[in-house]
Design a binder for this molecule. Structure first.
Ligand code: ARG
Length: 424
């Protein structure tokens, strides 16, 4: 075996596998080139058995039978396919909606939300199949390795981890050569490296190629989910989202299961070019990286949720919650899903969201999603108070001058002192 493909015996962390102790490996398998090469490579290099696990988080257009067949053909003892869409929606996306979760002002965290669930399912499958080690296909440059390994080390300290892509030092050409040599099908042309894609119900990210050149504006072929805004319909479309206690329950008046609701919101948004984000991101591992995100469902549901929350919360809640929302998003981005602080924050999010019931309508048009209608029986709003008419008894406009006198008191005093000093 060539030098560059040898198993790494440098171990920094306690959970990294001792090659001697690797007998049966649970491989997180996507069916792509990296994890297919890994499936073979682990069998050869470690002389170990491999069980594959493929997790369905709602990746559009994936054929899981094909993925499973491929794993078995490459020598996996078994390939378990788990449909985790419902759990992902209920236990991961809903808390994110309640926390209006956006990292860095634009990234709705779909990958960051998916990783702890995928890793948790890997732990469960590893135990079921009596594996001693979990293998994943993350590189050493990204956040995903952090999210996956932090989850495994937290939930299953008895399991070891290997991350071949991080250690094998094969370049793309060598990987393709390895694949050819071992009868692993290589999709598409081999001259141009494909984008690095990750997707699920909540969105899709693309990295690599021209995206790494900050001077390059997006090339059309990157958008595989959302219609480019300039090609979106000339007719605007209104979409209404009903929430019950912070959870979306109906779209355009039609009650839907959560997964279907998210999928439908995504389709409507995608048609109108909604949810494209060209993002420079501060990764936890130090780097700044550019990502192209397509997250039409999140663009609609987060916008609607945030708007409704604003309507039912007081000014004080509205001042405070965004700060905690930001903390929540950072913890999740940073791979600390299992950190108790998230639970603490979730309790707060839950409490606020008890009031978040009502309907928000957005108008979608060529990439924009603008709120046009709001309705909630919990709105801290009274048209009679807000309007120009009488104030209806809750307060007297005659009280306003007294309020203004006290409200401005310190500012007026400070102003006077500065005026006095300026005169000297
Ligand atoms: N930058 C995003 C994040 O850190 C997206 C990562 C996408 N992952 C991938 N393996 N392509 O969550």
């Amino acid at each position: 075996m060539a030098e560059h493909t040898r198993v790494s015996d440098v171990r920094t962390a306690s959970y990294e596998a001792d090659p001697e102790q690797v007998r049966r490996v649970l491989l997180l398998y996507s069916g792509g080139l990296d994890t297919s090469v890994m499936l073979k490579w682990i069998q050869d290099e470690y002389d170990a058995e491999v069980v594959a696990l493929t997790v369905n988080l709602g990746q559009p257009g994936e054929d899981y039978e094909v993925v499973r067949g491929k794993a078995l053909r490459l020598g996996a003892l078994d390939c378990k396919v788990v449909d985790a869409r419902e759990e992902f929606a209920r236990e991961y996306i809903v808390p994110a909606i309640k926390a209006n979760a956006l990292y860095g002002g634009g990234y709705p965290l779909f990958t960051a939300l998916g990783r702890p669930l995928i890793a948790k399912l890997a732990v469960e499958a590893a135990r079921e199949f009596e594996c001693d080690t979990i293998a994943h296909g993350c590189t050493g440059k990204g956040n995903d390795q952090v999210r996956i390994e932090a989850t495994i080390a937290t939930l299953a300290p008895e399991l070891q981890v290997i991350a071949p892509v991080r250690s094998w030092r094969m370049g793309r050409e060598e990987e393709i050569a390895y694949a050819r040599e071992h009868g692993i099908p290589v999709k598409g042309g081999t001259e141009v490296a494909p984008y690095s894609i990750d997707d699920n119900l909540w969105g899709r990210s693309s990295e690599g190629r021209w995206i790494e050149d900050l001077a390059c504006a997006p090339e059309d072929d990157v958008f595989q989910l959302v219609t480019r805004p300039e090609e979106a319909p000339d007719e605007a479309e209104e979409v209404s989202v009903e929430f019950a206690r912070g959870v979306p329950v109906a779209l355009n008046g039609e009650r839907l299961d959560l997964v279907e609701l998210i999928e439908r919101a995504g389709e409507i948004g995608a048609r109108h070019g909604v949810g494209i984000v060209d993002h420079i991101e501060d990764r936890i591992v130090g780097l700044k990286v550019r990502d192209i995100y397509e997250a039409p469902a999140a663009a609609i549901l987060l916008t609607a949720h945030q708007e409704l929350e604003k309507l039912v919360c007081t000014i004080h809640q509205n001042q405070t919650k965004p700060e905690l929302d930001r903390r929540w998003a950072y913890l999740v981005y940073a791979g600390l899903w299992w950190e108790p602080l998230r639970g603490d924050l979730d309790a707060y999010m839950e409490r606020v969201n008890e009031q978040v019931t009502g309907t928000i309508a957005l108008k979608l048009y060529k990439g924009g999603a603008r709120v046009v209608r709001r309705e909630s029986s919990n709105a801290v709003y009274d048209a009679a108070l807000a309007g120009f008419g009488e104030s209806g008894g809750l307060f007297s406009q005659q009280a306003s001058p007294g309020f203004i006198e006290l409200w401005s008191l310190q500012s007026r005093m400070a102003w006077r002192l500065r005026a006095r000093d300026g005169e000297r």
